[in-house]
Unconditional design. Structure first.
Length: 585
């Protein structure tokens, strides 16, 4: 009996030990997991984040103090080396962007002065590749002496003191790569201006006033900004070999192209006292004049529709972004900025169309803007080089073109004895099938709180129209009607769907949807609900299907071949009836 009691007590005690041990391990595992999460969050913190969280006395300012003290000591040597490097790299780019009114543009003197920059922040960027990336934020209120030797087309020489009262704030990126076993443990260092926060300077003719020569000051300022942007601003980087080796893989290389369709804008701020603004857009990835695209001007319209296509080269999908600035055209006067916006290209999936509406802000540095300046509608498609997954770019000029169109584009053949070239657009023909399924939550349009809605479908280029039936007294109508449109230029056409309220003595406009055809051309078919613009509420549910003209022709031939017996019989029957009726007469 005592043996049984002892056994039971032992089993109970052992079971309690096991339960306690399991609970202790689970609690320990949760604490370790929580600690790992906190450590990972701290690892992702930027300098700005740490300054917000930590008081100044806890921030490790000794690191920056140490860096600044040593930079001050070695600045004379840095000045000499950096001045030669800047002159060698920037002077050819100055010549490249030289204004047309000038015959030459070279440095006659270049020194960075005696005042060293001051580091205000340092951070390590996580990099899965074989290297270490540092970002150093610095401020510089220096006393450089930079004089340009400017010669005009008239042969007049102007010694221009380019930088006077300079104020510069920026973030430089240093990449130590590849890591090696021998001292100093890396093969090369690459440097680049990662972010240019502020760059102010003044121009002055030595012994005179540059403003006395019309156009020269503005042209030189634009040239200097372009030269800085094109010489050291990220993703451009300068590579300095430390150990012998081939470092060509570190050089800047294009990664792909960004296809941008500027579709439309809505609710733009009016900048004119009389009438409405005349908006146009400027788009760029790198703010160089040669790489900036400009749309056409839409006169007197706060809801402009552009439907224009642009293409940009992408060098670094992880850090670059598309910038869109919308201006009001004021004729001969300088255009006034209505609003601007940036979109990170890291949010794009290769080979997939991204349809976005972006809110415009006053300044790119301001992330919150309480004033409503309107929004812009973009269609984005990132096409990386050498994808290897079967994706093809629909805007590629070699796609969906007949042999005649290729001849017209390349100029390698002739038509009626005349060589035709410079055909740059791609023509994709086909049939668009649009099923207007339903609408929901339409705004009331009459005194009874109801509406009698119907939809008008319009192809913008050709003006071809179709319309659904009227659904009486319904704010959630169901149509389920399909309409086919023959489309001559699918990539550059648009489908406009206007929702109207039917009245006995007319009709009232309720809102509209504007769709490009890029997505349906890529996907073949899709179904989606679209917000109705210019209406207080409401969505329109559609099914869109695309069939290219050449595929349709093949299918038609197959149908004819499969039914050739019936075709022959119908011809024979028709002939007999014709002869019989003729005989009777």
């Amino acid at each position: 009996m005592s043996f049984v009691v002892g056994l039971i007590i032992g089993l109970a005690f052992g079971f309690a030990l096991i339960v306690g041990f399991v609970r202790s391990e689970n609690a320990r595992s949760k604490r370790r997991s929580s600690l790992a999460t906190v450590v990972a969050a701290f690892a992702r913190m930027t300098r700005e984040d740490s300054i917000k969280l930590l008081a100044p006395e806890y921030y490790p300012s000794w690191v920056l103090t140490w860096l600044n003290s040593h930079l001050t000591k070695i600045w004379p040597y840095v000045d000499e080396a950096a001045s030669e490097l800047i002159k060698a790299n920037v002077e050819p780019i100055l010549e490249q962007y030289r204004p047309i009114v000038l015959s030459s543009l070279t440095f006659s003197k270049l020194t960075l002065g005696t005042v060293a920059p001051q580091f205000t922040g340092v951070s390590v960027i996580e990099d899965e590749t074989d290297g270490i990336t540092l970002e150093l934020e610095l401020n510089w209120d220096g006393n450089p002496s930079i004089i340009l030797d400017v010669k005009t087309k008239l042969g007049v020489g102007l010694p221009v003191q380019v930088v006077k009262n300079i104020a510069f704030t920026g973030v430089f990126r240093l990449i130590f790569k590849p890591l090696v076993d021998e001292f100093p443990c890396f093969g090369a260092v690459s440097f680049s201006l990662r972010k240019k926060k502020k760059m102010d300077f003044t121009l002055k003719v030595v012994g005179g006033d540059i403003s006395s020569i019309p156009g020269i000051a503005d042209a030189l300022e634009s040239t200097i900004h372009d030269a800085v942007e094109d010489s050291i601003t990220w993703p451009v980087r300068k590579i300095i070999p430390i150990l012998p080796g081939d470092y060509s893989d570190l050089e800047l290389k294009p990664m792909g192209t960004l296809e941008v369709k500027l579709v439309q804008a809505q609710g733009l701020t009016n900048k004119d006292f009389i009438g409405k603004s005349d908006p146009f857009a400027k788009l760029y990835i790198r703010p160089l004049r040669s790489r900036t695209k400009t749309s056409k001007v839409i006169d007197n319209d706060l809801n402009p529709v552009w439907n224009e296509h642009f293409e940009f080269v992408v060098e670094d999908i992880s850090t670059q972004h598309l910038t869109v600035k919308i201006y009001d055209d004021d004729g001969l006067q300088s255009s006034e900025l209505i609003g601007c916006v940036q979109y990170k290209m890291s949010e794009l999936a290769p080979g997939k169309v991204k349809d976005v509406w972006l809110k415009l802000v006053k300044d790119l540095e301001i992330h919150r803007d309480n004033k409503d300046r309107g929004k812009v509608h973009l269609e984005l498609l990132y096409c990386p080089y050498c994808v290897g997954n079967g994706f093809t770019n629909p805007f590629n000029s070699s796609l969906s073109m007949t042999s005649l169109e290729r001849v017209l584009k390349d100029g390698t053949g002739s038509e009626n004895g005349h060589i035709v070239s410079n055909k740059r657009t791609v023509i994709i023909r086909g049939v668009l099938s649009v099923t207007v399924i339903s609408a929901e939550d339409l705004p009331p349009a009459d005194l009874m709180g109801k509406a009698d809605p119907f939809v008008v479908l319009i192809m913008k280029k050709t003006g071809t129209k179709n319309r659904t039936r009227v659904v009486n007294e319904n704010l959630n109508p169901i149509w389920n009607q399909t309409f086919d449109f023959v489309v001559e230029d699918g990539l550059h056409d648009m489908l406009v769907l206007e929702v109207w309220d039917h009245d006995t003595f007319g009709k009232d406009f309720m809102g509209r949807c504007i769709l490009t055809l890029t997505r349906v051309i890529l996907e073949g078919e899709y179904k989606e609900s679209f917000n109705i613009m210019e209406a207080k509420s409401g969505k329109l549910t559609l099914n869109l299907k695309w069939q290219e003209a050449n595929k349709m022709f093949v299918q038609l031939l197959k149908k004819i071949r499969s039914n050739i017996f019936w075709v022959e019989n119908m011809v024979i029957i028709g002939a007999i009836l014709y002869l019989h009726l003729g005989y009777v007469e």
